[in-house]
Design a binder for this molecule. Structure first.
Ligand SMILES: [Zn+2]
Length: 368
């Protein structure tokens, strides 16, 4: 890919001048401590065993990062541990904290992870990804919007050949997109075109694109432009590679209305969403979120993600972002959950096991 000196779309000057004040309001002194520090990811995950035939394992990595695993196959979404202080984000420079990443990121066999999905290119979803892909997952491909891929290649040029820029394959305007198959066909996913909702106080920052691979990796958080926000449908497939065993809907940002929600699929591809990853951060700033999702889908479980303060290092503990309206979000979800469903507020570093629903057995015989 071609490199460029200044491929950034820039924000108006007045917006840039007000940004540090905004970040201070968002995070400067606005968090409460609720939980102890996360478990070091270097503690090994359980060995894959027979029980994985009937469960999917989820580890919350913090921010909008997740590890999903079944047996020997795993997929990761937007891992982020560095959590630069708000002063660095607002006024100074950011870079991945590689020692912290090595301490917190789960240790997996080199071949376990074949895909790292990125929803959008803001630093809290992408900053740590290039290092993690190179150091921890040497066989993984990074999937994301063109901006995310350009920034990834600026950070780690050695990843050329291990990136996929999702554009034509994306589901748009209700049309079904292209499934991407990994892990010997046991995992597939489809990217869905979405829009990033506003941040706190209804202000939407860090918009725009990076249209080519920059010559230098941006040091300012404001240059980690969002690109087109994507959500994902992620399927763990049965042994036949055709039956969906477990479906995940993943959103790393709030999305307005029906934008970014799963399209109508062919009957062979239909499956209830087993696990919906939603975004709590700034949800109150977007009317109808997450009601529209909850009213149109019937998930078996809902994960309330991206709720903690990502301006504080995880080693200090886990802090709630006080600007999030957690209780309101929980009330909306609870009111709309099916009787057999549940919600999860995950703590970074925690692991959950989710049952795969057995396929309904065909009716045998009839009294008539
Ligand atoms: Zn974002």
């Amino acid at each position: 890919m071609k490199r460029a000196d200044d491929p950034y779309e820039t924000a108006p000057r007045v917006t840039r001048l007000l940004l540090p004040a905004y970040i201070f309001l968002l995070a400067g002194c606005l968090s409460t401590r609720n939980f102890p520090a996360p478990t070091p990811g270097s503690l090994p995950l359980a060995e894959p065993s027979a029980k994985f035939a009937s469960t999917v394992e989820m580890r919350y990595l913090g921010s909008a990062g997740y590890l999903f695993r079944r047996g020997d196959h795993a997929l990761i979404t937007g891992p982020h541990y560095t959590n630069p202080h708000w002063l660095r984000v607002g006024l100074w420079r950011i870079q991945p904290d590689t020692a912290l990443i090595d301490w917190l990121h789960p240790q997996l066999s080199a071949s376990a992870v074949e895909a790292i999905l990125v929803g959008h290119a803001h630093y809290d979803h992408l900053l740590d990804v290039p290092y993690i892909a190179r150091k921890h997952h040497p066989q993984a491909t990074v999937y994301g919007n063109p901006t995310a891929i350009n920034l990834t290649l600026a950070a780690e040029p050695s990843l050329a050949g291990r990136v996929v820029s999702l554009d034509d394959e994306v589901s748009r305007d209700g049309a079904v997109g292209e499934w991407q198959y990994v892990s010997d066909g046991r995992i597939r996913f489809m990217a869905l075109a979405a829009e990033h909702g506003p941040h706190a106080f209804k202000v939407h920052v860090m918009k725009g694109q990076v249209t080519e691979v920059p010559r230098k990796l941006p040091r300012s958080a404001w240059r980690w432009k969002e690109g087109e926000t994507l959500t994902y449908l992620i399927d763990f497939m049965g042994e036949d590679r055709q039956t969906v065993d477990f479906r995940i809907y993943y959103a790393d940002a709030t999305t307005p209305g029906k934008v970014g929600l799963p399209p109508e699929l062919d009957s062979a591809d239909r499956h209830r969403i087993d696990l919906a990853i939603l975004c709590v951060g700034s949800a109150h700033a977007l009317k109808g979120y997450p009601e529209t999702f909850m009213d149109n889908y019937n998930p078996r479980a809902v994960v309330l993600g991206h709720w903690e303060n990502f301006f504080r290092s995880p080693v200090e503990g886990v802090f709630r972002m006080r600007t999030t309206h957690l209780n309101e979000f929980i009330a909306i979800v609870e009111e709309r959950l099916a009787a057999d469903a549940r919600w999860i507020l995950p703590r970074p570093g925690s692991t959950y096991h989710l049952d795969i629903e057995p396929a309904p057995t065909a009716a045998v015989g009839s009294a008539d």
